[in-house]
Design a protein around this ligand. Structure first.
Ligand code: BG6
Length: 510
């Protein structure tokens, strides 16, 4: 049973102990033959079904060019689930899910295919009881977003009928710069009402990212220190060991900054730096995030306060890795950044003078995402200076992934010595403290879409602010030279180390 929003009216939405189960509904995936769909979306749908969070009769429609029958599609979903789902395979869950699997073959400008999609949806409404409630997931290259939403409108697929809903789920990046994001927004909103548009930033679906708010606002011990009086600087790192794999078509011309700084890293910055929201409802969260992003100052000296890099051949995990320019499908003259680092300042009372260093890259030393809040040194040290030679700065590190948790680093007396102080760590690890394993980000986000819960989806205001920050940086890079080279398997270009060294700091080596 569900109301028009997709939520079950019999449960008290405020009671967080009850499972949030989606009402009658279905999901249409455009670009269903792509990597994201196979590795993340299909497995997430199965995991939700396995956890009993999907309604009986839930339906999954794949839309793509491939000449598949329904059975071929069902087989692909099966393979994807077997390989990539988080929860164990259960035949009875699969048998139920497969009842609602359908495939529609066509290209995005094929009117007949959209008519077939329309018929398929009506049939599923009758056969599976989906109640006309469908979300359209655009897991397609960004250049196709406008076409797909326009086709949905033209074929009446986006019509919001009394008592049911139609939603659009749009993968990142939302636009290529501020202007194109606003234009895309206009096109999408011409078809779907604001509250039925869900822009994906899958980092917001990660448990550890949601935990930033719990850590900051459910406790008393961190927030008093969370400001310019105690914090020296903040480092936000998203490092990947993989290269671009089979994603040349998507990645070349987009690059690291547009791919992840514009969305994931600026969202992490916003959650780390924002003020306490009045509530955890979408409006209140967006207001605070937008406010703090609005206070981010664009670096004055873009040549010194930003660095971009591109990986050259090297060694990674004992294997030889080719350079970016030698990857399949990459223009050998490409200037696309596979590494980006920026120094940002936040012009407000809490953060004045505290730099936020953001960096990301492919083919770096290892896969790790973390937010390190590095504190100032004690204003005075009563110890001999030899006693504190091995004492670094206190730090609180939110380990987003892998090895999810939080580390606090501080100085402690070395046993036995007269009085020598050295850095030690105190760790919280999700794996040790909780018996439940964390859901995948896409499980959470797909469920939220079906429930109509927009808290974890960036709104246009946030997207606009992110492009405001990134556009001048990209423009500067376009006009000035080429990305610095770094060897695969290292921690990025030396220019990035120099950027911090100029401030008397260094990057953490997680
Ligand atoms: C995606 C980027 O948003 O995030 C990819 O487009 C990147 O380039 C991926 O590899 C990383 O996601 P995760 O969840 O593995 O950190």
């Amino acid at each position: 049973m569900s109301d028009a929003s997709g939520a079950n009216p019999l449960r008290d939405p405020a009671d967080r102990r009850l499972p949030r189960i989606a009402g009658p509904s279905g999901l249409v995936i455009f670009g269903v033959t792509g990597d994201l769909s196979r590795k993340k979306l299909m497995p997430a749908v199965y995991d939700l079904a396995n956890r009993g969070l999907l309604p009986p009769g839930f339906s999954l429609i794949g839309f793509a060019r491939r000449e598949w029958e329904h059975e071929d599609f069902a087989h692909e979903v099966y393979e994807a689930v077997k390989q990539h789902s988080r929860t164990p395979f259960r035949e009875e869950v699969w048998q139920q899910l497969v009842q609602g699997c359908r495939f529609v073959q066509g290209t995005f400008d094929d009117d007949d295919a959209f008519e077939t999609l329309k018929q398929t949806i009506s049939e599923l409404d009758k056969a599976q009881g989906t109640g006309g409630n469908f979300a359209f997931y655009l897991s397609v290259p960004p250049k196709f977003f406008p076409k797909v939403v326009q086709q949905l409108k033209k074929h009446g697929l986006a019509d919001q009928k009394e008592g049911s809903w139609r939603r659009a789920v749009i993968e990142k990046p939302f636009g290529h710069n501020l202007q194109s994001a606003q234009e895309l927004n206009r096109i999408v909103h011409d078809v779907f009402p604001t509250n039925e548009v869900f822009r994906i930033d899958h980092y917001l679906g990660k448990e550890t990212v949601q935990n930033i708010l719990a850590l900051r606002f459910a406790n008393t011990m961190f927030e008093p220190l969370w400001n310019r009086s105690y914090v020296d600087h903040v480092q936000i790192t998203m490092a990947e060991d993989i290269g671009i794999g089979g994603r040349a078509g998507y990645y070349d011309g987009i690059g690291a900054a547009r791919d992840v700084i514009q969305n994931h890293l600026l969202q992490l910055l916003a959650l780390t730096a924002m003020e306490e929201p009045a509530s955890f409802e979408a409006d209140a969260l967006v207001a605070e995030k937008t406010k703090v992003l609005g206070a981010v100052k664009i670096p004055k000296d873009l040549g010194k306060e930003t660095v971009r890099g591109q990986y050259a051949a090297g060694w990674q995990g004992g294997e030889q890795a080719v350079g970016y320019l030698e990857e399949d499908g990459i223009d050998p003259k490409s200037k696309t950044d596979t590494y980006a680092a920026v120094k940002l300042r936040i012009d407000n009372r809490r953060w004045a003078g505290v730099p936020f260093y953001l960096r990301t890259g492919k083919r770096l030393g290892r896969r790790v995402t973390e937010i390190a809040v590095v504190f100032q040194r004690a204003p005075h040290s009563p110890f001999d200076h030899t006693a504190t030679e091995e004492l670094g700065q206190n730090a609180l590190v939110i380990r987003v992934q892998p090895d999810e948790g939080v580390t606090v680093r501080f100085g402690s007396k070395v046993p036995g010595t007269s009085l020598e102080v050295r850095d030690v760590s105190m760790d919280f690890a999700y794996g040790e403290s909780f018996t439940e394993s964390s859901p995948e980000a896409y499980e959470r986000l797909i469920l939220d879409v079906l429930l109509g819960d927009a808290n974890l989806f960036p709104r246009l205001e946030e997207v606009e602010q992110s492009w405001r920050i990134l556009d001048p940086i990209e423009e500067y890079w376009d006009k000035h030279g080429k990305p610095a080279q770094y060897q695969a398997g290292t921690w990025g270009p030396t220019e990035a180390d120099e950027m911090l060294a100029r401030d008397g700091r260094s990057w953490r080596r997680p």
